[in-house]
Ligand binder design. Sequence first.
Ligand code: FES
Length: 246
Amino acid sequence: MPTETSIKIHPRRPRHQLKGRQPSDAARAEVRALIGPPPAEGHRRDLLIEHLHALNDHWHGLFERHLVALAAEMRLSMAEVYEVASFYHHFELLRDDAAAPRLTVRVCQSLSCQLAGAGDLLARLPALLGTDVQVVPAPCIGRCEQAPAALVGQRALGYATAQDIVSMSSKASAPASQAQAAPEVIAFEAYHQGGGYALAQAVARGERDAEGVMAALEHAGLRGLGGAGFPAGRKWRIVRGFDAPG
Ligand code: FES
């Protein structure tokens, strides 16, 4: 039972003082330079991940001061911003007094990659890459068929060997290259002209039965590669049960 001398009475916080850490003007300006000033109706909350990416790419990590400022700019709680930022392995959470690594190498350590030698890569890479490259384990990056897989900055590498990773890391000499290393992709027009989305359009025009497509998808047993292995057919059916965005 607390004695009279052990009880501390904290003075009440004046009403005009907000709870928690407050953003500095400098950090707010740095955030605004990337996401723009808040529009009259406020920032869209559903763009939180995009804004986190903008900060992470520009600063090569998410510094505490920027997370606090972003929460204030978006009128979100700090807990909400931190939960999203800490959920995804793409983001680098950094203390304000830390230095951002020149490059981060993420080695998948989920099952397929473990079986294919991810543990060995994780053990050997720090000594091979040097102190300015951070090597961290990561959950499945969706390249299980090319195990072991790794991400060098934002660039995915399948059938990764220590030699490949060292070679790719040395080319990523400037931190900005982490953000600019976009993979080769087929642009929408080229994909469309090559017959892409023809089935989707036929369904939209009512020429094909959506139920039949859905049933074929379910029967195929296709699953997502995001780690949960969620059945694709069931996901499509759930989405179809909702109204389209207005
Ligand atoms: S298990 Fe490594 S990429 Fe999926």
